[in-house]
Ligand binder design. Structure first.
Ligand SMILES: [Zn+2]
Length: 335
């Protein structure tokens, strides 16, 4: 059965996105505005003096600085976790301006970079750092070559900025610079920052190289794009819903051990207790007990008990696309 025919099997509800409470959820460049920033969760956090016109830096826990880029539609968040001997930067943002300059305002300790995954909006500043840890996968190695302008330019059009592109940036010719790993990390590895330990959890699904970090002593779970407080994007070719379901179940099983979830978009910190609902939503999806709403990009928006997932019929059918050139996060399925 062809892809087009399979799509017809999905129950498509004709409810506008803005008609069912998703209005604060940016699903495309066309409906992005500054009206939803700062997110309420961020507005309730202490905003630090490390902030500037582009990066808003919140202290989300003792020794944790969440670096938000709220004025581009991705609202990407990179978390700097500071120990006694070194700091770990979990993602490096979109890369339009130097995140290293921000990090150096916060700490003079040596900085290790690890990415929650290697989509363009999380690796933009990797090239600025000499110590970068990575998952050992062909997908990751492809993404280390960077993303040329044509693969990501849609997210740097004038509409992608809610108050214009930042001063000192060149959004028209912007591309993701290549970077290299210093060494590979494995699932279960513990990174010791001195007085602070982070366990690496390899949680494939959103991408093959998705990672979460558990700071057990401080009861924090850095969930990357495996979970953040908005519609979960699970529609690109490298996404595996089978892997995602296993990974989100694994993270949900840890949730009682933490107080806060720190994701990679929108809200820098929310109270724990959100992941079991995602697991339940997947059980419903697997049972075919859901309604999907199609959009102009061949995506399906599914909402189950407040959990919003943006996926595709191909992903629901268990297919993965061609990822021989990696995936920027914006390389969707061909029509
Ligand atoms: Zn992302």
């Amino acid at each position: 059965m062809g892809v087009a025919a399979r799509r017809l099997n999905v129950l498509v509800t004709l409810v506008l996105v803005t008609g069912c409470g998703h209005a604060d959820d940016v699903l495309s460049v066309d409906n992005y505005s500054c009206s939803s920033v700062p997110r309420p969760a961020n507005a309730s956090l202490p905003l630090t003096t490390f902030s500037d016109d582009w990066f808003q830096v919140y202290e989300t826990a003792n020794g944790v600085f969440s670096i938000v880029e709220p004025y581009q539609l991705q609202e990407t968040i990179s978390h700097l976790i500071v120990g006694k001997d070194r700091a770990l930067l979990f993602d490096t943002g979109v890369g339009l301006l130097s995140i290293k300059a921000v990090v150096e305002r916060i700490t003079s300790l040596p900085v290790i970079v690890l990415n929650s995954h290697t989509h363009y909006d999380h690796v933009g500043g990797n090239w600025e750092f000499s110590t970068v840890l990575a998952i050992d996968s062909d997908y990751t190695r492809s993404n280390m070559e960077g993303f040329e302008n044509s693969r990501i330019s849609g997210d740097f059009s004038p509409n992608a900025f809610c108050k214009g592109a930042p001063q000192g940036s060149d959004p028209v010719s912007f591309y993701t610079k290549p970077w290299k790993q210093s060494r590979y990390v494995q699932d279960g590895e513990v990174l010791d920052l001195g007085g602070r330990k982070l366990e690496v959890l390899h949680v494939p699904g959103h991408t093959p190289d998705a990672v979460a970090l558990l700071d057990a002593e401080n009861r924090l779970l850095f969930s990357g794009d495996s979970w953040y407080d908005a519609s979960l994007w699970l529609f690109v070719q490298e996404t595996s819903l089978t892997d995602y379901e296993a990974s989100i179940s694994r993270l949900a099983a840890l949730e009682s051990e933490v107080d806060f979830l720190l994701g990679a978009h929108n809200s820098a910190r929310v109270d724990a207790g959100r992941l079991q609902a995602v697991v339940k939503a997947f059980h419903r999806i697997r049972a075919g007990d859901y309604a999907g709403e199609g959009d102009d990009y061949n995506r399906l928006a599914i909402e189950i008990d407040g959990v919003r997932i943006l996926t595709t019929q191909s992903a629901l059918d268990g297919e993965q696309g061609d990822i021989s050139n990696g995936g920027s996060g914006l390389d969707t399925w061909p029509d």
